[in-house]
Design a binder for this molecule. Structure first.
Ligand SMILES: Cc1cc2nc3c(=O)[nH]c(=O)nc-3n(C[C@H](O)[C@H](O)[C@H](O)COP(=O)(O)O)c2cc1C
Length: 492
């Protein structure tokens, strides 16, 4: 399921250091990943979709003008971003040009190479670099030469841009070629302070060739009905239908997971609370199905697990015993939920977990929670069925680039018969020659909701995967949509 990996880390600021590097999360503002300037500062990992150009936006900025435009570019292209941070920060005095300040002296000395703090990790993975800098006395600051001379850019494309008070880009970019002689240098452009994101986009769109053009089709969250998968914002692919294991005891769970895998299903949802993580892991190990084909979701439960999340994560890894966890969710909001999530983020950086998510989080809960964490959840799993459709919640979650998954697709215990026997659903089922369960699951998929029906019956498990030989018409979708009663069947 892994497509390609890069590391994200902290951003260090240049102008206003008070003794050390301050760390902020670059994805808050721009939605793009921030790249490591320091190898001691990794705080997460992310994944680049296969086939995507590996583009880096590298920039130097002392007063924020270049930084803003670099962030626009990175955001537009979903590229990685790296700030060139001087080992010795520039003070206001250092930047007071025409006073023989430090910056003036460096610009007057062609051999000056101010040191850079930290290193750019995995520099070799980039095909193209957008390089941003301010104009200092008509030229790029000398630290840009330090940067270019520190890595091998031969064969890579470099697109320079600069910001200035009034000067043009002039010879500043051409004069950098000597520092990265084997690179394919494109013509650069100068921008004024206050340039908008749209202007940056038009500039990039106008570059010949496609490498710097914004992706036309943002695939994240779109269901691929042929591959039966969805691309998550973490870069991993997840099957769009699978098996829920709530209430399945050890042997039942083992048999159900085995039946699922034998029938071609590859997505399994478990939780600490279900007490069956060991059975899930055992069934996977015994199945002979390659590990990387299988996607396992498990969850941390409020209380002890949220209070000691590192221990809880290791506990889940040990019980499952399948190497890594494809996705870990918080079971529902509770005390220490942010603490638990941040621990899961660290486990992502350590490779223990691939993707993160939340369960039983609604609009208000998400609005409160998201600003407190760094990695946007890849998935939210909530109660969803024709009598409780969450028509206000689902579009909101999807608008954040988060995939929605439904639990209790058949209404949950005590309600299944009523829902499966609902005349609207059974009529539609009859007209397609399928079961009511298949209609409900297909309705979910067509709404962009991943399904994980629970079952211990191998025939049902097989049937629940067979959702691709028919399609509901928009009229049928509307008739099911009209069944909504906003009737929640569980307390979460
Ligand atoms: C040492 C120094 C020299 C500068 N020289 C020029 C210049 O030659 N022409 C110009 O238009 N602006 C010049 N500026 C202004 C910067 O290019 C401009 O403010 C730039 O957008 C700052 O980018 P930043 O906020 O990303 O650091 C200079 C600024 C400094 C600090």
């Amino acid at each position: 399921m892994l497509l390609a990996v890069c590391i994200s880390a902290s951003l260090l600021s240049c102008g206003n250091h008070s003794g050390g590097a301050s760390s902020v999360n670059g994805s808050d503002e721009g939605g793009s990943e921030t790249f490591a300037a320091s190898d001691t500062n990794n705080n997460g990992s992310t994944v680049l979709p296969e086939g995507k150009n590996h583009i880096l936006v590298a920039y130097f900025s002392c007063t924020g003008t270049t930084k803003a435009l670099a962030e626009y570019a990175a955001d537009i292209l979903s590229a990685d971003i790296y700030e060139i941070v001087p080992e010795v920060p520039y003070t206001e005095e250092d930047l007071a040009y025409y006073t023989d300040c430090r910056a003036d002296k460096e610009q007057n000395d062609p051999a000056a190479r101010p040191a850079i703090s930290g290193t750019l990790e995995h520099a070799e993975q980039y095909d193209a670099v957008i390089l941003g800098y301010p104009i200092w006395h008509g030229q790029a600051p000398r630290i840009i030469s330090t940067f270019l001379e520190s890595y091998d850019f031969s064969g890579k494309t470099i697109l320079p841009f600069c910001t200035s008070h009034s000067s043009g880009i002039g010879s500043s970019a051409d004069n950098l070629h000597a520092a990265a002689p084997g690179a394919n240098w494109l013509d650069g452009k100068r921008f004024a302070s206050g340039t908008s994101k749209d202007e940056i986009k038009s500039w990039l769109d106008g570059i010949e060739g496609s490498i710097f053009h914004a992706p036309v089709n943002n695939e994240i969250g779109n269901f691929d009905f042929e591959k039966k998968t969805v691309l998550l914002n973490s870069g991993y692919e997840m099957p769009i239908m699978g098996l829920g294991t709530y209430s399945l005891d050890d042997e039942e769970c083992y048999n159900s997971v085995t039946a699922l895998l034998e029938s071609g299903g590859r997505l399994i949802d478990t939780a600490y609370m279900y007490g069956n993580e060991k059975a899930v892991g055992r069934a996977i190990r015994d199945s002979g199905v390659p590990r990387e084909e299988i996607f396992v979701i498990t969850k941390l439960y409020p209380g002890e697990q949220f209070a000691e999340p590192e221990k809880a994560i290791d506990d889940a890894l040990r019980k499952l015993d399948i190497g890594y966890i494809d996705m870990m969710l918080l079971h529902h909001p509770g005390e220490n939920d942010v603490k638990a999530y941040l621990a899961m983020e660290r486990a992502v950086a350590d490779g223990k977990i691939h993707s993160l998510g939340l369960s039983n989080w609604y609009v208000k809960e998400l609005k409160d929670f998201l600003p407190q964490v760094n990695i946007t959840p890849a998935l939210v799993q909530n109660e969803i069925h024709p009598y409780y459709q969450e028509n206000d919640v689902i579009p909101y979650i999807q608008s954040l680039g988060i995939v929605v998954q439904g639990w209790y697709p058949f209404g949950g215990r005590g309600h299944t018969q009523e829902l499966l026997g609902d005349s609207v659903i059974s009529d539609i089922a009859k007209s397609h020659g399928v079961t009511s369960a298949q209609v409900i699951l297909r309705w979910n998929l067509q709404k962009g909701v991943v399904v994980i029906p629970g079952s211990s019956n191998p025939e049902h498990i097989k049937e629940n995967l067979d959702l691709f030989g028919f399609e509901l018409t928009s009229d049928e979708m509307s008739r099911i949509n009209a069944l909504d009663r906003n009737e929640k069947h569980d307390w979460y």
